[in-house]
Design a binder for this molecule. Sequence first.
Ligand code: 5GP
Ligand code: ZN
Length: 138
Amino acid sequence: MDECIFCQIASGKMESFKVYEDDDSFAFLDIHPAAPGHTLVVPKKHTADIFDIDEISLRRLAGSLRHIASKIKNAIGSDIMIMQNNGRAAGQIVDHIHFHVIPRTEGDGIGLMRGMAELTKEQMEEIQNKIKEASSDD
Ligand code: 5GP
Ligand code: ZN
């Protein structure tokens, strides 16, 4: 896709701080890092999100993702958070699937808002059943 920023980065048309590349995937530093070493891992082939990518490509990407996460862990000596957003409300800005690999250190203040939606036992059971019984497009 010509207009996609991450396609342009993966093909080398647009500059990036590349940290890894193989036949199918590409990894580069996020331009607005949450922490030094914050890296984005993308497939070279354009796919929008987790629902768009085929399973084989996703498995390959997962292999590269773990490899890169391990390199970052060793390079920085940090723990690692992996994040992936799908859709605007989830925080997805770039519509080319990407995994954020974020080095984490104690007290860095980055994190999920856990406990934002405390539910009663009945509400937990209701949402549990709704998810269990929902259809999947996969
Ligand atoms: P999202 O919010 O879609 O999960 O994350 C998109 C990420 O891409 C953001 O963290 C943003 O900083 C990064 N980003 C957007 N444009 C560019 C760019 O041109 N170059 C690089 N290296 N990162 C970008
Ligand atoms: Zn793309």
